[in-house]
Design a protein around this ligand. Structure first.
Ligand code: IMP
Length: 193
């Protein structure tokens, strides 16, 4: 049984986790801080917050509610992992942006930067579309696993080199609905690989 601040999660979802890394309260407080920083840095810039689906959906939704300025949202879906726990480096765009970003101040919202391969591809791809500026805001930064050097301007938390789930992050499509972030027991994915 794993206890979060306000929730006690039993069985099913949390028996596969070894421990909680960031509680719901810690996440919400850090997301509010990031929202304030972005509000300050993007005044009068009408930024476009591009959420990378599906992992960033909760972070994106909470972050924009903590931004007090005119802005717009858009989403991209990419696939690089499939059902595995390590990046293949081959990124496919499953859903592209709905509109042009030429001349816009774009902020990519990512759940986690691991090897950096996905983000490196995304940054290069979006740069070719001539945004006025392009920055990255990631909830988690797993620096130790980095293969490609990508600049992450806004980071929520540094993350140990373990496979984490919850608050949008999944393993095989599960655990996204946990309001906290926890470490998945290695035997769960070793068993499946
Ligand atoms: P990268 O290309 O290795 O940086 O991986 C980026 C993507 O892989 C993230 O956007 C996540 O969707 C996924 N990912 C990387 N590490 C984890 C993890 O620990 N848990 C869940 N998903 C992860």
């Amino acid at each position: 049984m794993i206890e979060s601040d306000q929730n006690v999660w039993r069985g099913g979802l949390t028996q596969d986790l070894s421990h909680v890394l960031m509680s719901e309260a810690q996440i919400q407080s850090r997301v509010a801080e990031l929202g304030r920083a972005l509000t300050q840095d993007y005044q009068e810039k009408d930024p476009l917050l591009v959420g990378i689906l599906s992992g960033s959906f909760l972070f994106h939704a909470d972050l924009v509610r903590n931004m007090n300025l005119a802005m717009a949202v858009d989403f991209m879906a990419v696939s690089s992992y499939g059902d595995r726990t390590s990046s293949s480096g081959v990124v496919r765009i499953l859903k592209d942006l709905n509109s042009s970003i030429a001349g816009r101040h774009v902020i990519i919202i990512e759940d986690i930067v691991d090897t950096g391969l996905t983000l490196d591809y995304l940054v290069q791809n979006l740069q070719t579309r001539h945004p006025a500026s392009l920055k990255v805001c990631a909830l988690l930064d797993k620096k130790e696993a980095r293969v490609r050097d990508v600049e992450v301007a806004y980071v929520g938390f540094h993350c140990p080199n373990e496979f984490v789930v919850g608050y949008g992050l999944d393993y095989r499509g599960r655990y996204r609905n946990l309001p906290f972030i926890g470490v998945l027991k290695p035997e769960v994915y070793r068993k499946a690989e």
